[in-house]
Design a protein around this ligand. Sequence first.
Ligand code: PMV
Length: 351
Amino acid sequence: TDSKIYQASTTAPVNIAVVKYWGKRDAKLNLPTNSSVSVTLSQKDLRTHTTAACSAAFPSEDTLLLNGSPQDVSGARTQACFRELRALRSALEAQDSSLPKLAALPLRIVSENNFPTAAGLASSAAGFAALVRAIANLYELPSSPTDLSRIARQGSGSACRSLFGGYVAWQMGNEVDGSDSVAVEVAPASHWPTMRALILVVSAEKKGVSSTSGMQITVATSELFQRRAEVVVPKHMELMEKAIKEKDFETFAKVTMMESNSFHATCLDTYPPIFYLNDVSRAAIRAVEDINAAAGKTIAAYTFDAGPNAVIYFEEKDLDAVAGPLKSALSGLDGWQAAEREIKVQGLDKV
Ligand code: PMV
């Protein structure tokens, strides 16, 4: 038998939403209740590197090693990604009998994050994006980033946005099978290269309520959420895409902050309530408000995901006016680890 090892590697970046995904209309397919927009951060600081291999010589079970630890791949999310990618490979093999029969072989996936997985930063997005593209490369699939986003979405919703660099929209779509719920580029990183993100690691602990279960309870119990999905997000999507196209930082920043506030308001309106922000998070919000007041215009924007860590967006020219005051406002506080990092926004490296 053929004991040849086939393999391919890739990296995928972290993305941080400025219009938030929160709520599933289909939990199995990870179809969202609203569209979202994110900015892809530099892979220099935050990325997942993944190698996918397959061989008849491997043990018969698929395996995944993350930072050296074996992971459970039996979950429906990971299985959906494997199944979709294998189906695409099988279709290629059916068309061209000279291709090696890779779809039938066990997979061995090895992933490494270049940041601490426990740092409380979005890691599932980069993780599933890298996993899907590594296997797509291994299988030599002709799929576009948008095609792959449809698959990565089933691993983790936000992962679909990590298939692109720069400014990315996840269109919620209308189809019940999820075929039009995909990520598209709003603008490449080079369109607005002066954008910067500062990450404030407020807590390295794992989040209290997972995004999956948090979303489910919000959708089931919050009336505020209805209005957010139907009225607030569609308005913010339009304003945000326009602000990015026009490089209008003030609008970008205002919508980013109002989006974060709207999302966390629906968390508070969830019953029982979900608290992701803590005292340090709220101090960071006040510090950004003070920075903008001192500047006489909006030069910084905060945003928070399902945890207390802050991401502050600003333009390169305002680094001193943002980073210094932010650091001094937080430095005296309990729970502040002073582990902030400046992340340059850049495009997704080509494999
Ligand atoms: O992709 P998930 O299931 O980890 O959900 C991500 C949810 C938020 O990070 C809070 C918002 C977003 O759009 O990324």
